[in-house]
Write a protein of this length. Structure first.
Length: 221
């Protein structure tokens, strides 16, 4: 019951805070892009939370409670959070003042990309029981090299990249996309630091990197 209560509180707080960051700058509740984004974001989150609560409550607990301990990672996480908040505020202001125009076709494509990103994220959660919000090597952890992990070493970060790039355009703002874009670079910094930790502490990880060459995007990086 304690885990269920924490999950519900986190969900409701996230919903209210996200709504405030979008609708207050927009100056209206008639911001359709914001309603679309909230639906696309929180319905999958709710479904994923229910599935984790039933199938893997320990993983859900880790996703809710753990905090980053690596100094470099703390900075990356904090800056990513600031950019995310800033992009929401800019998107709301963009809607209010009409700074940019995003076509319906781009909004639809971006909505599909966002859902694909969430689907990939969900698959990563299914494949990797050791997945955590923090950079660490857990007791008894082994290398996962099946499914998406047989294609790239960090499929979760690929999924998150899709989300970062899709969210501003679902909200209808090119300016918000400009603000959000550095998050991709921050993910790359996070990956490099994470791989140092895994090379040092996870048996078999070095051999895994020789078998699966690409970190996040096949044939690119």
């Amino acid at each position: 019951m304690k885990l269920l209560l924490k999950t519900l509180v986190a969900f409701l707080c996230g919903l209210l805070i996200t709504g405030a960051m979008l609708f207050v700058p927009a100056g209206t509740l008639a911001y359709r892009g914001a309603w679309l984004f909230i639906g696309l974001l929180f319905v999958p989150i709710l479904i994923m939370g229910v599935v984790l609560f039933i199938k893997n409550p320990e993983l859900l607990r880790k996703r809710l409670e753990m905090k980053e301990r690596e100094k470099e990672q703390k900075g990356v996480v904090a800056l990513s959070g600031l950019l995310l908040v800033a992009s929401f505020i800019v998107a709301g202001l963009d809607y209010r003042f009409g700074w940019s125009h995003v076509s319906n076709a781009v909004v639809i494509i971006s909505s599909v990309v966002l859902l694909v990103g969430y689907a990939l994220y969900g698959e990563v959660l299914r494949e990797n029981v050791y997945l955590s919000r923090v950079v660490e090597v857990q007791e008894g952890q082994r290398v996962i090299d099946t499914g998406l992990y047989g294609i790239v070493r960090h499929p979760m970060y690929f999924a998150v990249t899709l989300l970062y790039l899709a969210i501003p355009l679902v909200l209808g703002s090119w300016w918000a996309l400009l603000v959000m874009s550095p998050c991709v670079l921050l993910l790359m910094i996070r990956i490099k630091n994470e791989e140092q930790v895994l090379h040092q502490g996870l048996p078999g990880y070095t051999d895994y990197t020789k078998r699966v060459r690409y970190r996040m995007v096949p044939w690119v990086w």
